[in-house]
Design a protein around this ligand. Sequence first.
Ligand code: NAD
Ligand code: DAU
Length: 350
Amino acid sequence: MSKKILITGGAGFIGSHVVRLFVNNYPNYQIFNLDALTYAGNLENLTDVESSANYTFLKGDITDEDYIKSIFETHQFDNVIHLAAESHVDRSITDPLAFAKTNILGTMILLNAFKNLWQDNWQDKLFYHVSTDEVYGTLGETGLFTESTSYDPNSPYSASKASSDHFVRAYGETYGLPYVISNCSNNYGANQFPEKLIPLFINNIINNKSLPVYGDGKYTRDWLYVLDHAIAIDLVFHKGKNEETYNIGGFNEWQNIDLIKLLCVQMDKKLGRKEGESEKLITYVKDRPGHDLRYAIDASKINKELGWRPSVTFEQGLSKTIDWYLSNIEWMERIVSGAYEDYYQNQYTK
Ligand code: NAD
Ligand code: DAU
């Protein structure tokens, strides 16, 4: 069956993997990638699919209501996979309003355009909202986030994502808009912007720069290889039940400091450095305000209902990720200049 799918944020980290998977696996679908190309959006991530017959790039901002209205009228998208967002917690602490604008208002503008176009005929329509496990707040030493865990966000980023999730549900309840939501744990892999822990530390190790560990380094995250997230999104999109939420996670909890030490060991080997060389770069720095202690996902629902589980171990995924960055040094070098340098100075030297 043919579909016209609008994927938002497709030039970003996760979005680019989702766009590639849909363009390559579904030649009958028309894939429209809408992205504002903020500092996090990079069309270089998609050069391998940019000339595919079923792919169109649209440069635009989800907060620009007139523009969004006009592209829905022109292209009549029957499905939306919404990933566009401001996504970095540290940036949300410095500039919370930017997060409210893109993540809340931008999502509402998309929902509204979708509703206005299809409210008389919802058949075969779907609004898929891609969200985060951070909406659930923080866990203590034990327990897992399930789909029925109450929302309790702590950062401006997670509060804005939580709010957007609520609006998606509200459009479902109020207008009958068909939707699914997935809440995923920390992703890693190729093409991730080097402000997030793993690519930042890979880049710093390559350049012999210090590795800034927040607080005592005992914070815990549940890591998932980005291609496994893209595969989960494909499954939820095609087989997820209307008005349901699916938690997606790696079954893979790591305290930051242990993950960083593993990364250092793998980097030393790949760079031909003496064992223990990279670990010497570890530097404890002031903590992130409101830092969530632990995230861990119970992914048994998507496992049982849709048959999904991660396909690679963390050691394999991390090794592939490092290899990608080492073979794409120019990708990193083009990013780590200009505005990024200002961000870095502001975040780590004040
Ligand atoms: P990213 O920051 O790498 O990419 C975001 C993309 O959205 C960029 O291409 C950017 O240009 C685009 N964008 C930003 N503002 C826009 C606007 N106003 N209009 C149009 N495009 C805009 O983010 P990511 O890590 O790929 O995350 C994608 C989505 O997945 C987000 O919704 C995020 O909340 C969610 N998520 C991320 C993770 C993770 O670990 N990275 C985990 C769970 C959920
Ligand atoms: O859980 C899903 C979320 O994961 C996504 O929704 C977010 O978009 C994504 O950015 C990510 O959020 P985190 O805050 O968990 O990721 P980050 O890579 O920023 O940090 C991971 C952990 O590492 C966290 O405990 C903070 C710590 N950290 C991070 C940086 C950038 C450091 O110790 N030092 C650093 O320099």
